[in-house]
Design a protein around this ligand. Structure first.
Ligand code: AMP
Ligand code: GLY
Length: 431
């Protein structure tokens, strides 16, 4: 099969690495990719957002399957355009990608189909938002409705802060069009986890759980980022909790989307808050998480091409038992450019051991490129995902940090505590 993978992050490098292991993977193209992906796939110089050019490339090169990594092109209708052209695509159509592209849409779906989530209101009118906020107690969360590169969620300590956040979005246009409508919701307490499941619009194949580290600093301090590290499975995941997530959140979502006339094909990524064994939905995403995906790919056994193609073609049921999971946990440490998530330098050189480490260790590239002389350089905020799999999480953590220390990149940094909640829980300490 000729496959086109769309995207350029660590998630896409991990997907490329796993797709390449499949017996049915012929030529693997990636648009636009990065320096790590270039070592295992043929790079296509088209941006992930350029829907038109991607469709033309897929048609001209008789692509059998397109796998879309990021949400942007999905919300912009890449999957619709490819399907119209008769090309198999793994990823939801625009009306289904709204589940991530519009927080209001996602919340209304929850309300209509009884999916547990934080109590909320949806507003484009400031005075109505203000009146709603005045009725709330404690911490309040104000969210821009549309895609805001992970920055559109403001956790407010009280009503005063919430009123300010609502005004910034609705009147101050803090997030442009993405914040022209907002969701105001109750603050949920508990422990966060991500859960992933595949769907072809009707059939569901559960994947696995993971836990992300969103803050930039050790001990979960400092500003939010796209994710500074992850591990899979989430340390508090049990068969029973997984069953509850599937029956109360994933199944009603997939059924609801079908009933709404926007069946969801692709990977559903549920961001959850779990308290006393009860999961509530924080958000749905229409794609794999980054860096969660890196940890899932390290643990996944089976033919990924076969499964993604079946999901794309509406016959997921036929490959229900294809994917197995290693019981061994996997962990990913993100190395970022100093200054991230604020301003940072580009094109700083990276050397040291980027491949060929001990078994179970894998370095996935995110924002990397090659200089003309072949030198590897940093090209973005999040630059490398240093991953390890081992019999237990502490060993995986140790192996991954040893691999980080074998990389020579003076302008980079990483958190030194990825996996800390799981390690503490295992030692019986409170997080
Ligand atoms: P989201 O983009 O919706 O996942 O929000 C980003 C982060 O904000 C989440 O990972 C949570 O840590 C936090 N968050 C979002 N909504 C809530 C909520 N209702 N209660 C508590 N934390 C929240
Ligand atoms: N790591 C969080 C995300 O991919 O949205």
């Amino acid at each position: 099969m000729k496959i086109l993978l769309v995207g350029s992050g660590g998630r896409e490098h991990a997907l490329a690495w796993k797709l390449k292991q499949s017996p049915s993977c012929g030529t693997l193209y990636c648009a636009p990719g990065n320096a790590g992906i270039a070592e295992i796939a043929q790079i296509v110089d088209i941006r992930a957002e350029d829907v038109e050019a991607l469709c033309t490339f897929a048609k001209n090169n008789a692509i059998d399957l397109v796998v879309v990594g990021p949400e942007g092109p999905l919300v912009a209708g890449l999957a619709d355009r490819l399907r119209e052209a008769g090309i198999s695509v793994f990823g939801p159509q625009a009306n289904a990608a709204q589940i991530e592209g519009s927080k209001g849409f996602m919340k209304d779906l929850c309300a209509k189909y009884g999916i547990p989530t934080a109590a909320y209101g949806r507003f484009s009118d400031l005075s109505k938002a203000e009146a709603f906020i005045e009725t709330m107690k404690g911490s309040i969360v104000v969210k821009a409705d549309g895609l805001a590169a992970g920055k559109g969620v403001i956790i407010c300590a009280d009503r005063t802060e919430a009123l300010e956040a609502a005004r910034d979005m609705l009147e101050g246009h803090a997030f442009g069009a993405a914040g022209a409508e907002i969701v105001v919701e109750e603050f949920l307490e508990g422990e966060e986890a991500s859960y992933f499941a595949l769907s072809d619009g009707r059939t569901i194949v559960p994947l696995a759980s993971a836990q992300d580290h969103k803050r930039v600093g050790d001990g979960d301090t400092g500003p939010n980022t796209g994710g500074m590290g992850a591990y899979s499975p989430a340390h508090f995941m049990t068969e029973e909790l997984e069953r509850i997530i599937l029956t109360t959140i994933i199944e009603p979502t997939i059924k609801g989307m079908e009933a709404e006339g926007c069946p969801f094909t692709g990977v559903l990524f549920a961001g959850l808050m779990v308290k006393d064994g009860v999961p509530k939905l924080l958000e749905h995403n229409a794609r794999f998480g980054d860096p969660e995906c890196q940890t899932l790919m390290l643990r996944m056994e089976g033919d990924l091409v076969k499964v993604l193609k079946a999901a794309a073609d509406g016959c997921l049921e036929s490959v229900r038992d294809e994917i197995k999971w290693s019981p061994d946990p996997a962990l990913c440490i993100v190395m970022a450019a100093k200054g991230y998530p604020g301003d940072y330098k580009k094109r700083t050189p990276i050397s040291g051991r980027l491949s060929g480490g001990p078994s179970g260790v894998q370095v996935f590239h995110a924002g990397t490129a090659r200089r003309e002389d072949g030198q590897l350089v940093a090209q973005g905020g999040r630059v490398l995902g240093v991953c390890a799999r081992a019999a237990d999480l502490e060993t995986a953590q140790k192996k991954a940090y040893e691999a980080v220390d074998a990389i020579d990149w003076p302008e980079g940094f990483c958190r030194r505590d990825i996996g800390w909640r799981a390690v503490k829980a295992k030692r019986g300490e409170a997080a």
